[in-house]
Every structure is written in structure tokens, then in C-alpha cells.
Design a protein around this ligand. Structure first.
Ligand code: ZN
Length: 167
């Protein structure tokens, strides 16, 4: 996409900015992320263990403009992207990964991504994300060691239910 400075005002800001922040691997990472999340969310196990208090399915996305961040998270905080659904009166929580994590850690390995996203999804099903209203942004992202062990164990269950190899 080429843009002459004189045309800038004619386009929405997002259209102008998005190509500038992309790199060669982002389309492949986006496809891989969607595939892994679709596989995990389509399992009976994931659906069955998802808390009634949240809207199904959780939002799931690659954090925009995050190529320098190494992170993945699960949250029910509206500050971090969860949405209140007025029709049901429930929150739709979020599982998210950064572009940097995909590029530098996952590196196109679908099994690795399934383990990571299974882990994040487990933070929702075990409701580690609930009841944290009023805490700081940092605390909203910090789970206890027990929570992390639990999410590791359940994350493997979700990945295996979705057909990924146990490792
Ligand atoms: Zn965790």
C-alpha cells in the first residue's frame, strides 16, 4: 500500500497505521492463532467447563501493536478489553497473546501455541480472573503460583481435548 502525504486526510487513521506496524509473519501468526483458538473452543470439554457467569465464547485476539511485548493473558477486566454484555448482564472475558510472543516464542509452532492458549483459557474456566475489581493493572495480570499450576494442568487437558499432542 502506498500513500502520498496529500491523501492522508482522506483515509481513516487505522487504515494508514496498520500496514506500518506489520511484519512478514503476521498473517501466518493470525491464521495460526485463529486455528488454535477455534480448535480449543470447539471442544466439548472447553464448553462444559466454561463458567456460566461469563458470555460464551471469550473474546480472543492478538494484541495490536505489541511486537515488543512478550505476554499472554486472560482477564475479565473491562480495563483490559473484557466487555459487558447488556443483553445477558454478563461479562465476556478475554484471552490474548501479543505479537511479540507469537513471533519470538511460538515461532509458528501450533503445539506450543495450543499449550499457551489452553493455559490462558484455564484461567477463565477456573475463574482465576474473577473478583479482582478495583485492583491495579499490574495485579489484574498477576495470578498466584497455585493458579499457575492449576492453569498448566488444565491447559494441557484443553490442548489434548483439541487433538494436540501431550508434551
Ligand atoms: Zn498463567
Amino acid at each position: 500500500m502506498s500513500i502520498r502525504p496529500g491523501l492522508a486526510g482522506a483515509f481513516p487513521l487505522a487504515v494508514l497505521l496498520l500496514p506500518a506496524f506489520s511484519w512478514a509473519g503476521d498473517d501466518a501468526d493470525e491464521k495460526l492463532f485463529r486455528k488454535v483458538m477455534a480448535r480449543i473452543l470447539s471442544t466439548d470439554l472447553a464448553r462444559k467447563e466454561y463458567p456460566d457467569k461469563y458470555v460464551w465464547p471469550p473474546k480472543h485476539f492478538i494484541k495490536p501493536d505489541s511486537v515488543k511485548e512478550l505476554n499472554a493473558y486472560a482477564t475479565a477486566s473491562e480495563k483490559l478489553g473484557a466487555e459487558f454484555d447488556s443483553a445477558s448482564g454478563k461479562i465476556r472475558p478475554v484471552v490474548m497473546i501479543t505479537e511479540g510472543y507469537l513471533k519470538n516464542v511460538v515461532k509458528g509452532n501450533e503445539n506450543v501455541l495450543a499449550a499457551i492458549m489452553g493455559h490462558e483459557f484455564a484461567h477463565l474456566t477456573r475463574d482465576h480472573v474473577g473478583g479482582r475489581k478495583g485492583e491495579t493493572l499490574l495485579l489484574l495480570l498477576a495470578f498466584s503460583r497455585d493458579d499457575e499450576i492449576e492453569a498448566d494442568l488444565d491447559g494441557v487437558r484443553y490442548a489434548v481435548a483439541a487433538g494436540y499432542p501431550y508434551k
